[in-house]
Design a binder for this molecule. Structure first.
Ligand code: HEC
Ligand code: HEC
Ligand code: HEC
Ligand code: HEC
Length: 138
């Protein structure tokens, strides 16, 4: 009896959490922006050797005041012409090579680490160690 009640409560909690997640996700003209998402490009990398990275749009955009254009871009003549309201493509749509840069085009591996880790290093805030972004037990 007790066990099944706990099971029911657990299900309710999970559903409530999932609904809250949907409610917090922002609808922008650029599409639905997940509050928290797992960055997982298994398709491009083949298999992941590290755990997928949990990334919070809300924290970065709202709390840390990072503008969308800092991470999302469409370059024309070396200038970023992407603006909020434009569609967002997956990084892997352009950074198609998994590990090795393709000429001037950064590989997905380098694009991700340059974007994420370099800012954390510059600002001396946010995770810079492997396990902080790729937790070991996940
Ligand atoms: C600031 C966060 C961050 C840090 C710190 C970081 N990474 Fe990553 N890493 C990422 C993101 C984001 C991706 C892209 C994941 C994806 O698309 O699946 C990635 C992808 C990878 C991949 C390719 C995908 C895979 O699982 O095989 C490897 C390998 C990797 N990282 C290794 C490392 C190593 C080694 C370190 C430490 C030297 C490190 N990373 C530090 C964010 C980080
Ligand atoms: C700190 C970097 C960063 C900032 C700032 C940022 N994004 Fe993102 N966004 C990402 C990454 C990384 C992805 C995942 C892309 C992938 O998997 O290829 C993503 C995915 C998306 C997606 C795809 C839908 C989804 O959530 O799965 C949309 C839409 C989006 N972002 C819109 C925005 C908008 C609008 C803003 C500003 C209000 C913004 N982003 C700010 C890094 C950022
Ligand atoms: C529409 C194609 C396209 C998409 C989508 C794209 N990139 Fe890029 N990216 C480029 C091109 C082209 C360059 C080279 C720009 C130049 O000429 O310097 C570039 C350069 C970069 C650079 C190096 C220059 C800089 O801004 O620091 C980083 C880092 C980067 N991309 C990360 C990302 C990440 C992370 C995502 C996903 C959130 C992403 N890119 C999505 C096309 C794209
Ligand atoms: C322009 C700067 C900037 C960029 C780009 C950026 N971050 Fe951050 N990140 C921050 C700051 C600032 C913090 C806050 C650290 C603090 O206050 O302790 C942070 C914190 C984090 C944290 C820990 C707290 C949290 O929000 O969960 C994670 C994980 C993280 N970033 C992942 C990423 C990933 C993955 C990317 C690339 C897709 C990325 N960041 C790109 C500035 C940035």
């Amino acid at each position: 009896m007790k066990k099944s009640l706990i099971a029911v409560l657990a299900v309710v909690a999970v559903v409530a959490f999932a609904l809250a997640g949907v409610a917090y996700a922002a609808k922008t003209k650029s599409g639905e922006v997940a509050d928290v998402m797992k960055i997982d490009n298994t398709k491009t990398f083949g298999t992941l050797t590290k755990s997928p990275v949990t990334f919070s749009h809300t924290k970065h955009n709202v709390d840390y005041k990072v503008k969308c254009e800092r991470c999302h871009h469409v370059f024309k003549d070396k200038k970023n012409t992407w603006k909020e309201g434009d569609k967002v493509q997956k990084c892997a749509a352009c950074h198609t090579s998994p590990k090795e840069n393709a000429g001037e085009m950064l590989s997905l591996y380098n694009a991700m680490h340059k974007d994420c880790r370099d800012c954390h290093k510059e600002q001396k805030k946010g995770p810079t160690k492997c396990d902080e972004c790729h937790p070991k037990n996940k």
